[in-house]
Ligand binder design. Structure first.
Ligand code: APR
Length: 179
């Protein structure tokens, strides 16, 4: 199936979404934070943090652009994939590549764990201040490129939390999907 027909953009709270994997915009400590990180830990419960702590004990933290996978605790998902987005620092510190890596590495873990559906927040566009239009374009390009070569994932949901983000991501999606 065409990549773009497997991507959808919605306005919602990601902790309410039913998908095999929910992606968290974490920080390198993996020990929780504010924003979507705080929301996922609050809604998913302590089992998620306990598993994050075990990962940190084993491998140290999570490097920017990489991803780890844990239980989803009480969420309507099988897994939470924690990925660490780049902090925007003017665009001269490899931020674009690192953001694309977040999406690719999260999708690779989803495929490895046989997920058919995965929901993403707008990684790095909150506290990490990545410009929203460009982050949306990177997300959609990276996800569609991945789906071009992986038909195991049938649904990718881009979950926007605010109307402004929903409009930005929808426009980026329309621009990218235009033949
Ligand atoms: N559902 C979906 N999206 C959400 C939710 C939610 N419940 N809460 C926030 N968001 C959106 C924000 O509106 C933003 O568009 O997630 C996007 C990412 O924002 P942040 O959560 O601030 O994440 P990020 O910019 O990647 O910064 C990560 O923030 O919370 C800390 O521990 C986290 O240090 C890390 C940093």
């Amino acid at each position: 199936m065409q990549p773009f027909s497997r991507i959808e953009v919605i306005l919602d709270n990601i902790t309410r979404i039913t998908a095999d994997a929910i992606v968290n915009a974490a920080n390198s400590s993996l020990l929780g934070g504010g924003g979507v990180d705080g929301a996922i830990h609050r809604a998913g419960g302590p089992a998620i943090l306990e598993e994050c702590r075990r990962i940190v004990a084993r491998q140290g933290g999570c490097e920017t652009g990489t991803a780890v996978i844990t239980t989803a605790g009480k969420l309507k998902a099988k897994y939470v994939i924690h990925t660490v987005g780049p902090v925007w620092n003017g665009g001269t510190h490899n931020e674009r590549k690192l953001l694309a890596d977040c999406y690719t590495n999260s999708l690779l873990l989803a495929s490895e764990f046989k997920c058919k559906s995965i929901a993403f927040p707008n990684i790095s566009t909150g506290v990490y201040r990545f410009p929203k239009p460009e982050a949306a374009a990177i997300a959609i390009t990276t996800i569609s490129n991945y789906l071009q070569h992986h038909d195991d994932i049938s649904r990718v949901i881009l979950v926007c939390f605010a109307e402004e983000d929903f409009n930005i991501v929808n426009k980026a999606f329309a621009d990218a999907a235009r033949p």
